[in-house]
Design a binder for this molecule. Structure first.
Ligand SMILES: [Zn+2]
Length: 272
């Protein structure tokens, strides 16, 4: 992936998801808090993307009885700065970390769709996988990467956004993949994180710790995407304060637009 010695190309080491370019829609009010869905499906390109994007929101909904499902499109096999890492070992580690992170959010439902990290494409094969998941799980709400986000560098994040939006269309219209033998399903709402234009915020005050604990479950990513200096072998030796402060700062600024203490911002689409 052309990694530089100290910083992943799209992620400054101490501010992996800084949202300074996220604009707030000026000509429409920002809504706050949809009603808790019965079933929610979050689709991320890599292990840890969902926690960064909507971990607080999912933790909140799970605590209110929502069935939360995670789907990870790629195997996470590029997620290291160590060129000597064994790929099968890294993939297995990241799967285990993702399961633990999801458990800390409040669900054991994680599906790994297995595209190669860095090579995700919006292909009929991947849309078949995602539309099948939507038709099978029948979520009211779907969450994912915003494909309209400008100047997004990581190819998988761009592709993941288009895969999800296109798979929603495929899942709802009966002539897409009829051989799946499943009824079409139309979700009610789509929430896009790292949104190009924010028009919705979920109040996640009270769910900061769930999001933080889920993020640090991705131990293999502490150094690469979370800016956490790894020292020793256990979390007890690690100083997470820069990451924690970054999360607080992000959620505070995202909540500020609507007057809540901590928020996660999205672009909400209801016309599906
Ligand atoms: Zn990612």
């Amino acid at each position: 992936m052309g990694l530089t010695p100290n910083v992943r190309p799209d992620r400054p080491s101490l501010s992996p998801r800084r949202s300074e370019t996220t604009r707030v829609g000026s000509d429409s009010p920002i809504s706050v808090d949809i009603s808790t869905p019965r079933r929610a499906l979050a689709v991320g390109a890599h292990p840890d993307d969902i926690e960064f994007g909507c971990g607080g929101t999912l933790a909140k909904w799970a605590s209110s009885g929502c069935a939360v499902y995670f789907a990870i499109l790629t195997d996470g096999s590029k997620g290291t700065w160590s060129a000597n890492t064994s790929t099968p070992s890294l993939v297995a580690t990241r799967e285990a970390e993702q399961r633990e992170a999801a458990r800390r959010i409040g669900t054991n439902e994680v599906t790994f769709l297995g595209s190669v990290d860095g090579e995700l494409t919006n292909s009929p094969q991947v849309r078949r996988q995602v539309s099948q998941l939507i038709r099978t799980l029948q979520p009211d709400v779907v969450l994912g990467h915003d494909p309209w986000r400008m100047y997004r560098l990581h190819p998988d994040h761009r592709a993941a956004g288009w895969i999800l939006t296109d798979s929603i269309v495929a899942a709802r219209d009966p002539l897409f993949f009829p051989d799946q033998g499943l009824n079409p399903h139309r979700p009610e709402k789509l929430l896009l994180w790292e949104a190009e234009v924010t028009n919705h915020v979920e109040n996640v005050s009270g769910y900061l710790d769930a999001k933080f604990q889920a993020l640090i479950a991705h131990r293999s990513q502490h150094e690469t995407t979370m800016g956490v200096e790894v020292s020793g072998t256990g979390d007890g030796d690690t100083d997470f304060s820069p990451l924690y402060e970054w999360i607080v700062s992000e959620l505070s600024s995202q909540g500020e637009a609507v007057g809540v203490l901590l928020g996660e911002s999205f672009h909400l689409i209801t016309d599906l």
